[in-house]
Write a protein that binds this ligand. Structure first.
Ligand SMILES: [Zn+2]
Length: 213
């Protein structure tokens, strides 16, 4: 009887690792798989509009599964795992003494309503919980419901994102901003946001992505 009780407790409180199906207590990825994923990452930088963008993965394998899970498949609990991985890589560079704000790339309100949440906000909140950095979702809004970018080439992407973002200068704290996106492919999204911020003389910027594609 007791055994059944404990099995039941296990069933309620433990989750199965998304990758190896072994028990994972707190996170959805077990410690062993999380270590394996971390071992595959390394710092990569690109410059977009003169701003250094840092990322840690190429968009494939486990990290792709985690991103796709939180983005498309309602696996909100992946946000914590992804944030944990990022802080290990970005700790010194982005989340050190200088106080900054995290700016998750915004989703148009219509798309957010349809998807029910912006996964970048979820990951940002988890980053904030670890680092103490504030998340600012008021500074930049996506005012154009843009088409998904993945089918478009670079020129079409630029056209698609033209005037897509709007900055609310009143929401600017004066702090350094960490613009945070999941994947950077051609860099056009980052570029549009950087340029929109520059129109308001907001120049103390850095970029953070999980993966480059
Ligand atoms: Zn595992």
């Amino acid at each position: 009887m007791l055994k059944i009780f404990y099995t039941l407790l296990d069933y309620i409180f433990y989750k199965k690792c998304y990758f190896c199906a072994k028990k994972a207590k707190k996170n959805i990825t077990c410690d062993k798989c999380l270590d394996k994923i971390k071992a595959k990452g390394s710092k990569k930088t690109r410059k977009i509009s003169g701003i250094k963008i840092e990322g840690y993965y190429f968009y494939k394998d486990e990290i792709q599964k985690l991103i796709r899970g939180v983005k498309y498949h309602d696996k909100k609990e992946f946000a914590g795992d992804i944030a944990g991985i990022l802080v290990e890589f970005a700790g010194n560079e982005h989340f050190s003494a200088e106080n900054a704000e995290i700016i998750p790339v915004p989703m148009h309100h219509k798309r957010q309503k349809k998807r029910r949440y912006n996964h970048m906000e979820l990951i940002s909140e988890e980053l904030s919980a670890i680092t103490g950095y504030k998340v600012n979702t008021e500074l930049i809004k996506r005012i154009k419901n843009t088409k998904p970018q993945y089918k478009l080439n670079q020129t079409e992407r630029r056209k698609n994102l033209k005037d897509a973002f709007k900055v609310n200068p009143a929401a600017y704290s004066g702090k350094k901003l960490i613009i945070f996106d999941d994947i950077s492919t051609t860099g056009v999204t980052m570029e549009s946001i950087i340029e929109e911020l520059r129109k308001h003389n907001i120049n103390n910027l850095t970029g953070l992505v999980i993966a480059f594609a």
